[in-house]
Design a protein around this ligand. Sequence first.
Ligand SMILES: CC(C)(COP(=O)(O)OP(=O)(O)OC[C@H]1O[C@@H](n2cnc3c(N)ncnc32)[C@H](O)[C@@H]1OP(=O)(O)O)[C@@H](O)C(=O)NCCC(=O)NCCS
Length: 172
Amino acid sequence: MNQNFSFRAALPGDALRLSFLFAHVYIDTYGVEGVTHEFAHFMEKRFSSARIESLISEVPDALQVATCDGHIAGAAEMIWRSECPHQGIIAPELSKLYVLERFCGLGLGHGLLRRAELLAKTRGARQVWLEVYALNPRAIAFYKRQGYNDIGRNDFQMEVNCYENRVLLKEL
Ligand SMILES: CC(C)(COP(=O)(O)OP(=O)(O)OC[C@H]1O[C@@H](n2cnc3c(N)ncnc32)[C@H](O)[C@@H]1OP(=O)(O)O)[C@@H](O)C(=O)NCCC(=O)NCCS
């Protein structure tokens, strides 16, 4: 595999590829019982290429991508001003960090996270927070190794099921 990786801000023309990447990583990560109705509805709404394209146009640095030989292999999405469910914190939220399975363990997650944190710092932020599914031990271990601390729980109600998320915070 060519391992010529680079990182850049997403462009509107990336929206369709990001839409597929998000859905693919989402099913790989959470679809332990297959693709449920609520997951399909969630993905249709959240990962539509129109929604992604308008986000990129409206907030050009909110989405960062990792590419391999020009092809998108991972992405990070930030909400620059977001209310954390704990401690009354308002700070940048890492709302997605998705790397295609075949590219995991090659430093893309690390690179995307560093880039997102640097952008947060240049915006004057002193903290970054995120939510991660409590039954996603690989991601939780990854974030803890990157200096994130668990500050509590926040449940996410989908259509039928409620999922426990952990809230993690890093001091920059
Ligand atoms: C969690 C996730 C984002 C991690 O991404 P990744 O690209 O596999 O992570 P990295 O390769 O940067 O780091 C993982 C390990 O790879 C190794 N690695 C290999 N090459 C590396 C490099 N050049 N730089 C840094 N680490 C490297 C390190 O051992 C690292 O271990 P560490 O965590 O102790 O630093 C990824 O597994 C993923 O997308 N999972 C599915 C979606 C998900 O769960 N997202 C998070 C919840 S929103």
